[in-house]
Design a binder for this molecule. Structure first.
Ligand SMILES: CC(C)(COP(=O)(O)OP(=O)(O)OC[C@H]1O[C@@H](n2cnc3c(N)ncnc32)[C@H](O)[C@@H]1OP(=O)(O)O)[C@@H](O)C(=O)NCCC(=O)NCCS
Length: 178
């Protein structure tokens, strides 16, 4: 697939990011509470980081490396978060990642977006397995994984180092057809 589609759910449109989203990405992902439980979001979130990240998306999608979607409200277009798959094509597998801006937490947006992304991954992207990891101290992320039907596969003790502290990590996975 060469062109990234927009995915529709009841309340959300998952669309490719645009350069014009950079300000809102910096605002939402620049929140320390969002960076704190993710591996890849820097803090502070300096000017230009969002633009650079967004500028990579098209190439990543065309090269079958990543599919990153902006999670937006159908009602008024507001960008509330991001979901993505990091594709490991040799194994027809991908790692799922996501964040929601703090002011939009606990409204079911991430769960709704991830359900659509899993369908896209197993459908259009023909994946066989999708997995995801969260810090053990981040149960909200674990709830999302449980709600979308992923299976808890294990705990990797002190697997990651975040801001100089070792973090236990929970691993979840789901297979095509599950
Ligand atoms: C994890 C995150 C993406 C969830 O986004 P969201 O849009 O609020 O998710 P949803 O509303 O779909 O679901 C959140 C669930 O977590 C639950 N939850 C929230 N805080 C919780 C806590 N401290 N303990 C247990 N469950 C919790 C909510 O109640 C909800 O479950 P429910 O529907 O059964 O009540 C969001 O908190 C976030 O962006 N965190 C910072 C970045 C991050 O951690 N990303 C994931 C890295 S693995």
């Amino acid at each position: 697939m060469t062109r990234q589609p927009t995915l529709q759910t009841a309340r959300l449109a998952l669309r490719p990011f645009r350069t014009a989203d950079a300000g809102q990405v910096q605002f939402l992902a620049g929140d320390r509470a969002v960076a704190d439980t993710t591996l890849n979001i820097p803090h502070p979130y300096e000017d230009g980081i969002a633009e650079k990240w967004i500028s990579n998306h098209r190439d990543w999608f065309e090269r079958d490396e990543q599919a990153v979607f902006a999670v937006t409200l159908k009602s008024d277009g507001t960008l509330v978060g991001a979901v993505g798959l990091r594709i490991e094509r040799e194994d027809d597998r991908a790692e799922l990642g996501y964040w929601t801006g703090r002011e939009y937490w606990e409204r079911g947006y991430c769960t709704e977006a991830v359900r659509a992304l899993l369908a896209f991954g197993f459908g259009e992207l023909r994946l066989n397995r999708i997995y995801a990891c969260h810090f053990s101290r981040n149960p909200a992320s674990g709830r999302v994984m449980q709600k979308v039907g992923m299976t808890h596969e294990g705990r990797l003790r002190q697997h990651s180092k975040k801001w100089d502290a070792f973090e236990d990590v929970e691993v979840y996975g789901i297979l095509k057809g599950e």
